[in-house]
Design a binder for this molecule. Sequence first.
Ligand code: FAD
Length: 389
Amino acid sequence: PTPIDVEALFAIDGLLTDDEREIRDTVKRFGAQRIRPHIADWFEIGEIPVHELALELGRLGVLGMHLEGYGCAGMSATSYGLVCQELEAVDSGIRSLVSVQGSLAMFAIHHWGGEEQKQQWLPEMAAGRAIGCFGLTEPDFGSNPGGMRTRATRDGSDWVLNGTKMWITNGSAADVAVIWARTDEGVRGFVVPTTTPGFKANTVTHKLSLRASVTSELVLQDVHLPAEAMLPEARGLSGPLSCLNEARFGIVFGAIGAARDCLECAVDYARTREVFDKPLAGYQLTQAKLADMAVEVGKGQLLALHLGRLKDRGELTGEQVSVGKLNNTREAIAIARQCRTILGANGITLEYPVIRHANNLESVLTYEGTSEVHQLVIGQALTGSKAFR
Ligand code: FAD
């Protein structure tokens, strides 16, 4: 019989609309033609042509694609998820660029910003002419952002920001940073042009994960901002947390894209690699691995689609996003590691995508809420009892 892929096995296409299949396939082609040929080199040198890529992704219409107006495409959450899946099937770093731009930086301005902030930034960001970043995490506060030390104090009607943010995706490439800071009235968000005196971004080097993504430390030293820099509608931690929920939703789809790519690679490899005089794919132990992984990839895709439909109906809850993020990142990294075993020694090189995905998924498991944090969110939902501290 002719082999089928996991999406055919689960009849996924029949669950998508024509528009959804079209955007998925367009992004898949873009990934195959524009990114795949270079990604291993970018990963190896630890650099990506971020400005060029942002412009191309802007032309493709995927930056802030699920937002309405201001040059954004206004597409469904499910379509956005499918785009994340196809981008991350190529590399988690490229999906991170799009997630942070659209779901963190643009969403924060779109949802919590004033009209002038939206007019000024969103069309430029949708086009990829301006890159955004989102500064919440600090060196000492990741899972518990409520402990943040970055402070915004009043100077007349102006604001002065001081503090350090860490692990900020797109940081050194950004034109605008959404910075969350403690004020006398609780946590507030600020739209900070990165040319503002006192703002400095230092690229994080020596990463072994997400090497095809810019990660930075942001240092804010007496950064003076006008009163209008504050996001008027966001008050307290619910502001940044609402943005994280948006980005996590994309990860639910994205991580499964990376897993699918590993599985496809392992199936191809197993069918051609001969061990003990016959193809590896003909051994029961290999087929058990492949079957188990296919089941998890398919289940992960169904879960992602279910959450996408809930989100499009306006019904998706934070706990449900946690279910998706926890399951799909955890399964994806397990699948990447299992696929690596099938590739043997070849699996440790950048000639194949598998170890690159496995290493990337270490970050994906940690950012946007670690697995443990999502377990705690789900545990709280199940028991009614908070166990964070
Ligand atoms: P910690 O919070 O120190 O956690 C360490 C360990 O303790 C983890 O296993 C965690 O699950 C566990 N833990 C924490 N609390 C509990 C508890 N109550 N019970 C049991 N275990 C617990 N942040 C941004 O703001 N913007 C970005 O753009 C961004 N991009 C990133 C890009 C990359 C490549 C990476 C790696 C991180 C990025 N982050 C970003 C930061 C990311 O969100 C944090 O790393 C994450 O929230 C975890 O925080 P931490 O690293 O400080 O770990």
